[in-house]
Each structure stands twice: as structure tokens, then as C-alpha cells.
Design a protein around this ligand. Structure first.
Ligand code: NAD
Ligand code: TYD
Length: 387
């Protein structure tokens, strides 16, 4: 009998093909019940930096999932990040604002999502200092709207459902010279950004504890890699070095960040989404602490080599400026729980990741030009509005 005439047989063949091409198929094999039930997954903020890596991973790795990417396309959202997958049958883009509760509820009712991976947020600390209110709307109200919509459509039938909230290590505040953030560290946010993320984390935990909503939260350290908007340290400085512009170092450059390769974060999200325990928090970090000024000097050296400049040339661009208000001194994440309980580990050495990242920005000058000039908005209009 032809496959087309037998839907069960075609599903079986589709699944075998899916399993064959999926390298980490163990997750499915260990818990096929989740696989059978979790069909339509909402990823919010999928046009942003980390979101676009998560969308890529899920769309390519799980052909049997329908991935719906909901994004407002703020300055940080860019559909060019997803060009290679935009026509795949298991991917759909929806433009929308998580702050619009009616719109979100309607979308949840229409799509009947089985899972939510929530990344949409305002994310830049400096912007949160100049405009804190926007962070409250998107990060707090937006998250509560999603929780309400999930609670509404799941109506206490929570089996096989999951709400996964992506958060930051910045909720823990700042460390001195020693120590690390664990899942037990108390929240002590200092910037409006981290305060808004802390608040949203609390709401997710509250919906779990009060309503039994099946939810999980992860708190990750600073990410780096391709598709990051050039307002954050690493892409901003790559861009400035290339264009011989000053490198504005806040204070004395002594603040320490723990850098993680964005694709390692996306892999952690995949593992936590499928294997994490409801009600739990998982810390994700690179065990890779760098003082800002050391990282900046390392970037300058690599860029000198790649741009054929005399060694030491780009360092001359370093300009110390007034410190960021409320600037957290040091972040360091202890990810032992995730490593031991769920078997995740970072895959890339920082030196290799930094080289790869610099290469990507140098090879994707047009992407960098478009995001800095705002031209990528035209792409969206041509792709969706004018059609
Ligand atoms: P980003 O700023 O690059 O992207 C955010 C995305 O959210 C954009 O595509 C934007 O258009 C979308 N968005 C913003 N407001 C929205 C709204 N109201 N409705 C719908 N979509 C909206 O952010 P990122 O760096 O990719 O961070 C993603 C998530 O990961 C955030 O929740 C952030 O707090 C968290 N996080 C980031 C880092 C990091 O180093 N970048 C580290 C830990 C955790
Ligand atoms: P950033 O990339 O904004 O991430 P976060 O503040 O969320 O950690 O900044 C990383 C570090 O680099 C932080 O200590 C602030 C510092 N920084 C500068 O010194 N100059 C800059 O222009 C920027 C954007 C950041």
C-alpha cells in the first residue's frame, strides 16, 4: 500500500527518518511520552540573539515539532537571523507583542501550544537605566501574560505541558572576589534590567507553587556568539575595532563576567526543556571568568592579527569612561546541578569561541551594517507586509 494512503505508516516512517537524522535522539528514546504529546511549541523572542539559536536548534533537530516563533521585532529582533529556516514546514513566524494580553490569549487558544520557551525580553542593562518602564512592561507584564495564557488553555490539564522561562544570573546581584552563584543564592538585583528579570522569575515560581503550572527556570551567565546586537560588549567592540572607533570601557574595566558560547546555552535549553524537573531552577554558566579589560585586550590582539594591523594598534582605541551606574562587579555561575543531574557541559574553549565569533562578525559585515542602520526592518516588510 502506498505510504500516502496509510497515515499511520507515514507517521512511522517520518519518525524513523526524524530519529535517524537527529544526533541526540536519546532524549526522545528515553521519554517517548513527552515526544508523543509535545507537538506545538511557542518560542518567544526567537528573532533575537539567543532566541534565533534556540529556534535553529529546535527546528532542525525536531522535525516533528511545530515551532512557532513569536517576536515583536524590536530593534533587537531580526528575521535575517532565521533566513535559512524560514520556509521549513515545521516553522512559523508570528509578529506580536507579549504585553498585549488579548492578542497572546487568542494566539494560545488558536495554536493550543504544548510547550513554551520564553526568551522575549528587553535585555540591555544600559537601556534599562535610561528607560526602566519598558523593562517592566515587557519583562514583567509580558511574562505574566504568557503565564496567564498557558494557565488558561491548559486548564489544570498539565500532563506533558511545560512553561520554560529563560533568565539571567544577574538576578543574584554581584559577587566579591570569590564565590559563585548557586541555585540557592538569594536574589539581589541591582539594575532595572535584573530587577525586572528577578520579578518575572518570581512570578513563574509563584504560578508553579500556587496553580501547579508545570514550569522550569534557568539562569545563565553572559552569552557571546553570532547574531548578537552590537550594543553588548563583544559585538560592539568588534565593530568599533574594525571601524577604528574608541572602545568605551566603563570604569577601570575591572568588572568580571562569566562568558558562555551561545550554542552551548541553546543546548542547555534543549536539555532542560525536555529533562528538567518542574518547579526547579538550573544555573547555566561557562566556568569562564574574564575581567573586562583582559577580554578587551585579547580581542584587540586577535583583531590586529585578522586585520593585518601591527600588534598593539587596536589597543590604542581603549578609552576609559565614567562607570555604569550600579555596575555589578563580578558574576560567576556554578552549573554543577545542570552538569550532574542533566548531563550538560560547555563544549567550546573560550579562545576558540572568541576567534569564531570575531570571524563571524568580520564575514557578516552586511548583517552588522543592516542591524546598525535599521535596514533589516525593510526585510520584514518585503517578506510579510507587502506579500
Ligand atoms: P535580545 O535582546 O537579543 O532579543 C530579545 C528578543 O525579544 C528580540 O527578538 C525582541 O524583538 C524580542 N522582544 C522584545 N520585547 C518583546 C515583546 N514585548 N514581545 C515580543 N517580543 C519581544 O535578547 P537575548 O540576549 O537573546 O536574550 C534572550 C533571553 O535570554 C532574555 O530573556 C534574557 O534576559 C536572557 N539572557 C540573556 C543573556 C545574554 O547574555 N544575552 C544571558 C542570560 C539570559
Ligand atoms: P554587557 O555586554 O552590556 O552585558 P552585562 O552588562 O549584561 O553583563 O556588558 C558586559 C560588561 O562590559 C559589563 O561589565 C559592562 C562592560 N561594558 C563596557 O565596559 N563598555 C561598554 O560599552 C559595554 C556595552 C559594556
Amino acid at each position: 500500500m502506498p505510504v500516502a494512503g496509510n497515515p499511520l505508516l507515514s507517521v512511522k516512517i517520518y519518525l524513523s527518518v526524524a530519529f535517524f537524522i537527529v544526533p541526540e535522539r536519546a532524549i526522545f528514546e528515553q521519554d517517548k511520552s513527552i515526544y508523543n504529546r509535545m507537538k506545538t511549541i511557542l518560542i518567544t523572542g526567537g528573532a533575537g540573539f539567543i532566541g534565533s539559536h534556540v529556534v535553529h536548534l529546535f527546528v532542525n533537530k525536531y522535525p516533528a515539532y511545530k515551532i512557532v516563533n513569536l517576536d515583536k521585532l524590536t530593534y533587537a529582533g531580526n528575521l535575517a537571523n532565521l533566513k535559512d529556516i524560514e520556509n521549513l514546514p515545521n516553522y512559523e513566524f508570528v509578529k506580536g507583542d507579549i504585553v498585549d494580553s488579548k492578542f497572546m490569549l487568542k494566539l494560545f487558544e488558536e495554536k493550543q501550544f504544548d510547550g513554551v520557551i520564553h526568551l522575549a525580553a528587553e535585555t540591555h542593562v544600559d537601556r534599562s537605566i535610561s528607560n526602566p518602564t519598558e523593562f517592566v512592561f515587557t519583562n514583567v507584564i509580558g511574562t505574566v501574560n504568557l503565564l496567564n495564557a498557558a494557565k488558561h488553555i491548559w486548564k489544570d490539564h498539565y500532563e506533558g505541558k511545560r512553561f520554560y522561562h529563560i533568565s539571567t544570573d544577574e538576578v543574584y546581584g554581584t559577587l566579591g572576589a570569590t564565590g559563585m552563584f548557586t541555585e540557592e543564592t538569594g536574589y539581589d538585583p541591582h539594575s532595572p534590567y535584573s530587577a525586572s528579570k528577578a520579578s518575572s522569575d518570581h512570578f513563574v515560581h509563584a504560578y508553579h507553587d500556587t496553580f501547579g503550572l508545570p514550569s522550569v527556570v534557568s539562569n545563565c551567565s553572559n552569552n557571546y556568539g553570532s547574531y548578537q546586537f552590537p550594543e553588548k560588549l563583544i559585538p560592539l567592540f568588534i565593530n568599533n575595532i574594525q571601524n577604528n572607533k574608541p572602545l568605551p570601557v566603563y570604569g577601570k574595566g575591572e568588572n568580571v563576567r562569566d562568558w558562555l558560547w551561545v550554542e552551548d546555552h541553546a543546548r542547555a535549553i534543549d536539555i532542560i526543556f525536555h529533562k528538567g524537573k518542574n518547579g526547579e531552577t538550573y544555573n547555566i554558566g561557562g566556568h569562564n571568568e574574564w575581567k573586562n579589560i583582559d577580554l578587551i585586550r585579547a580581542m584587540c590582539r586577535i583583531m590586529d592579527r585578522k586585520l593585518g594591523r601591527p600588534i598593539g594598534e587596536s589597543e590604542k582605541l581603549i578609552t576609559f569612561i565614567k562607570d555604569r551606574a550600579g555596575h555589578d562587579l563580578r558574576y560567576a555561575i556554578d552549573s554543577a546541578k545542570l552538569q550532574h543531574e542533566l548531563g550538560w557541559a560547555p563544549s567550546l574553549q573560550f579562545e576558540e569561541g572568541l576567534e569564531k565569533t570575531i570571524d563571524w562578525y568580520l564575514e557578516n559585515e552586511e548583517w552588522l551594517h543592516n542591524v546598525t542602520s535599521g535596514d533589516y526592518q525593510k526585510y520584514y516588510e518585503e517578506q510579510y507586509v507587502k506579500r
